[in-house]
Design a protein around this ligand. Structure first.
Ligand SMILES: Cc1cc2nc3c(=O)[nH]c(=O)nc-3n(C[C@H](O)[C@H](O)[C@H](O)COP(=O)(O)OP(=O)(O)OC[C@H]3O[C@@H](n4cnc5c(N)ncnc54)[C@H](O)[C@@H]3O)c2cc1C
Length: 507
């Protein structure tokens, strides 16, 4: 290790972000780097954040987490995508699956084949050409084998889990890997005179914890990045007007489905996340359009089972910290910004921040080039996610409430506006750089919300129509047949997510 190497990392906060950072740094950094995590049981965590996207499997592999153990410990279930109800118009529903739709043929994107065939005959929902969609519709699940024949290998999945149990699991994992946890409330942050960098955090009991690099995972308040360093916040609430949530768990009314459901309401939307032991529910809404008490009543009136706790209220402002990394402080999780949970992206943004920090890990000289590159990359990731979430609101055809009227008619960021124009013309979607959501995701939401292009692209129209019709029918039947062979989601969980599981299903 060089004399300039970072020797001590102090992680402030023990929510999902803090413990993910602890698990990753302890797995990936030199064992001589001391990692300390400070958290306050009295302050607690945000206590929500229970649905994920498939990339979490990469994080698990990076830190050495066994998928079955993690699911058993966190009462987790599998997630094949999100069912959106009442988003395009009331009474409509669609599915945003993980993984692709169909197969591209003769250099033509699958969705273009679908669009051209849809001009000739009435087609079923595009979901039927998705392996994950077909399995989810039937309540079935199996882990795809990477080398399996199509279509099974196209199945992609993520997880639902109990946020509190997940943090506890990560904590045990990190402590085994050598992370030191300190319980205590931070009451002050000490800056070094000339450098202006954070030198130490001071606890209520008078002790002081010094470090070289500080990871601010203190939640919405941003104890270091904002309260001490006044980094600033970019407010996106004019595009994402929901600023409140109320959450409550309830009893399961049946076996857990392998998907999240998002149901649009008059002033926001309601989530439904099935776990092994309970259902997670919450209403995300705009306080300019709905009051706190009405929100709680609406949520409680729309539960499928008996509530298991009192409703919990949360406030937030959509946006991001102007600099995710400022001085020797890197913010992760809610401290770095928040985009509402419609596509379950926040935990992924934590993961993305950790991976980028490992790729640009500094030494004590804190080269500004590394910090600037990190901030540029994080800005891009946040903005890409932001635009995809705005799409869901903008692409509505609902006009039954002032909230939806606002969303439908609002201006959107230029890049999104240009994308919508390209789509409307000939159904074209281009994924740029390292964007998180690819073509199938955009297509699922756009078609699902009834935004149909004027025409398919000319190359798709030029293909032999009987060849396209035949290929589409065969693909659809193969997805259906494969889904019908899978065990039910409940059967798979019962066999895979407990010790001594059937080797046929083991990860
Ligand atoms: C309504 C809602 C729904 C969500 N749903 C999803 C979802 O489905 N999927 C998803 O990916 N994400 C979701 N998220 C986001 C997700 O919950 C967070 O990204 C994730 O939990 C990380 O939170 P955190 O660790 O940054 O903050 P927190 O959980 O708030 O943790 C902050 C930590 O800092 C500590 N702390 C704060 N101040 C001090 C102090 N002075 N001294 C000592 N310790 C201190 C606290 O004790 C705590 O340990 C949702 C968020 C909200 C608001």
């Amino acid at each position: 290790m060089s004399g300039n190497a970072i020797r001590k990392i102090v992680i402030v906060g023990g929510g999902t972000a803090g413990w993910m950072a602890a698990a990753a740094f302890s797995a990936r950094l030199d064992k001589t780097v001391e990692i300390v995590l400070v958290e306050s049981d009295e302050i607690g965590t945000v206590g929500v954040g229970e649905a994920t996207i498939p990339h979490l499997a990469v994080f698990n592999a990076m830190v050495g987490i066994n998928e079955d153990e993690f699911l058993a410990a966190s009462q987790g279930t599998f997630k094949l995508g999100i069912e959106f109800v009442d988003w395009g118009l009331k009474g409509e529903r669609y599915f945003h699956p993980f993984g692709p739709h169909g197969q591209d043929l003769r250099g033509t994107h699958f969705h273009q084949l679908y669009l051209s065939e849809a001009c000739r005959r009435q087609l079923p929902d595009i979901r039927e050409w998705s392996m994950s969609g077909a399995a989810a519709e039937r309540g079935r699940f199996a882990r795809p084998a990477p080398d399996a024949r199509l279509p099974f290998s196209q199945l992609a999945y993520a997880f639902h889990f109990d946020a509190g149990l997940y943090a506890r699991f990560l904590r045990a994992h990190s402590e085994r890997a050598g992370v030191t946890r300190i319980e205590g409330k931070i009451v002050d942050v000490a800056l070094g005179g000339a450098s202006g960098q954070v030198e130490a955090v001071r606890l209520e009991n008078g002790s002081s914890i010094e470090g070289d690099l500080f990871i601010d995972c203190s939640g919405f308040r941003g104890l270091l990045i904002e309260e001490k360093l006044a980094t600033g916040y970019e407010d996106w609430s004019h595009w994402l007007p929901c600023d409140r949530a109320v959450a409550v768990p309830c009893k399961l009314a049946g076996p857990p489905e392998p998907f999240t459901r998002s149901t649009a309401r008059a002033a926001g939307w309601q989530w439904r996340i099935p776990l092994q032991h309970r259902m997670g529910n919450g209403l995300v809404y705009s306080s300019a359009h709905l009051g706190r008490e009405e929100a709680a009543e609406l949520l409680l009136a729309n539960l499928e089972g008996e509530p298991l706790a009192e409703p919990r209220h949360l406030s937030f402002t959509a946006g991001r910290r102007r600099l995710a990394w400022n001085g020797n402080v890197v913010s992760l999780g809610l401290a770095s910004g928040f985009i509402e949970p419609l596509e379950s992206t926040s935990i992924h943004l934590v993961q993305s921040g950790i991976s980028k920090l490992l790729a640009l890990f500094p030494d004590k000289r804190f080269n500004p080039a590394e910090r600037d590159e990190y901030n540029r990359q994080m800005r891009d990731v946040f903005e890409d996610v932001r635009d995809f979430i705005i799409l869901h609101y903008k692409a509505t055809r609902r006009s039954d409430s002032p909230f939806w009227d606002y969303c439908r008619t609002m201006d959107v960021p230029d890049k999104l506006a240009a994308r919508l124009e390209l789509w409307r013309s000939k159904g074209r979607i281009f994924r740029e750089g390292a964007e998180l959501f690819g073509t199938p995701s955009w297509v699922a939401v756009l078609l699902g919300q009834g935004i149909v292009p004027d025409a398919p692209e000319p190359a798709a129209e030029a293909l032999d129509s009987s060849f396209v019709a035949d290929a589409l029918d065969k693909m659809r039947l193969s997805y259906r047949a494969m889904a019908e062979q899978m065990p039910t989601h409940a059967e798979f969980i019962a066999r895979a997510c407990k010790a001594g599981s059937d080797p046929l299903f083991a990860s």
